[in-house]
Design a protein around this ligand. Structure first.
Ligand code: PLP
Length: 370
């Protein structure tokens, strides 16, 4: 029998899920642990679902070493839902109703724009012409009266990642960790709140995890929709309304998989190895491949590059994508707003799969270099 060609998903999201997780879910889809009904059909008030919810939460606490004084909540509405939920819950922490936003790419930019509906927003450095770096922290204009400082630890579109946690001089720190969540150890105690959509490293779309320090609960604006009120959701263990049950279940399986594969330290080592494979080729290609992002701000998760020149030779890039697809390497196209190529190397993408892409990049360069 002909061997099926291995398809590799380099998509930025919803992204690859470990095959062993999908296999386990396949069984539970038909009959959840002998209950006779699918995991999709279980009541969110049942003891079985309660176990799933607690298992997922406990695994997250274990992997991230979440301190006791934090609540973990599972919400719907995605990362974009949290753009609104954060100011609605936290802008009133201080009397001025203002917040600092660190805009290093499209997602933090969208979050700042959304927050403007609810308070005074200060962007801590002037808007950049292109998102290719994290401006020097010593030049950030932080407002000591801000209720919080907001940033995005990995800008998925531009491939810009923080390799440090900013020091906000005591102001509450809020982070959108959607696209590098669970890819490296994180000191949660440095944050007032962090959130992450699951569909990159932590499972499938539908659930967004919020990890929030308890003393920040109870400041929601009166117009905050009740389902976005962290105090209500935390007080009811994410069960104020029907939670995204299946996505929480999948997140639990992914956390288990991470734990069984060495935890966040191991995930970090793998991401360093995988991203280095591609960045080395880019840097040694004498300008055939170009990554516009400064080396210390380059993302390990989303490797963004152009082919032919810094602005990209679109014909060559199309050829690269077409030939990649013939080799069953999918979703390498850059985000529609920036073009180019983007290889997303989330936890479930293996070193072998990354090597296959690296080999293809070398081959493609040999054939097409002028
Ligand atoms: N934040 C980041 C860093 C993202 O990458 C995305 C989506 O890709 C979002 C927020 C928005 O997430 P959602 O589509 O779940 O609203």
């Amino acid at each position: 029998m002909e061997k099926k060609k291995l398809t590799i998903n380099f998509g930025a999201g919803p992204a690859k899920i470990p095959p062993s997780v999908l296999l386990e879910a396949q069984n539970d889809l038909l009959d959840y642990k002998g209950l006779g009904i699918s995991v999709l059909e279980m009541s969110h008030r049942s003891s079985e679902f309660s176990k799933i919810l607690h298992t997922t939460e406990n695994l997250l606490c274990e992997l991230l070493n979440i301190p006791q004084n934090y609540k973990v909540i599972f919400l719907q509405g995605g990362g974009s839902g949290q753009f609104s939920a954060v100011p609605l819950n936290l802008i009133g922490l201080k009397k001025d109703h203002c917040a600092d936003y660190v805009v290093t790419g499209a997602w933090s930019g969208k979050a700042a724009k959304e927050a403007e509906k609810y308070g005074k927003i200060n962007t801590v450095f002037p808007k950049m012409d292109s998102y290719t770096k994290i401006p020097d922290v010593s030049n950030w204009n932080l407002n000591p009266d801000a209720s919080y400082v907001y940033y995005c630890s990995n800008e998925t579109v531009h491939g810009v990642e923080f390799n440090f946690i900013p020091d906000t001089k005591g102001t509450t720190l809020v982070c959108d960790m959607s696209s590098n969540f669970l890819s490296r150890p994180v000191d949660v105690s440095k944050f007032g709140l962090l959130f992450a959509g699951a569909q990159k490293n932590a499972g499938c779309a539908g659930v967004t995890v919020v990890i929030v320090r308890e003393d920040l609960l109870g400041y929601a604006a009166k117009e905050c929709p009740i389902i976005l009120d962290y105090k209500v959701q935390a007080g009811m263990n994410s069960l104020y309304n029907t939670p995204p049950c299946f996505s929480i279940y999948i997140m639990g399986l992914v956390c288990e998989w991470i734990k069984n594969n060495g935890g966040l330290e191991a995930m970090e080592k793998l991401s360093i190895t995988k991203s280095k494979l591609l960045y080395d080729i880019i840097d040694e290609s004498n300008g055939f491949y170009v990554c516009p992002v400064e080396s210390q701000s380059r993302s390990r998760m989303n490797i963004f590059f152009r082919i032919g020149s810094i602005n990209g030779d679109e014909e060559l890039e199309k050829k690269f994508l077409d030939e990649a697809a013939k080799r069953s390497m999918l979703s390498l196209k850059g985000h529609r707003s920036v073009g180019g190529i983007r290889a997303s190397l989330y936890n479930a993408v293996t070193v072998e799969e990354t090597k296959a892409l690296a080999e293809y990049m070398i081959e493609f360069m040999k054939v097409h270099r002028k």
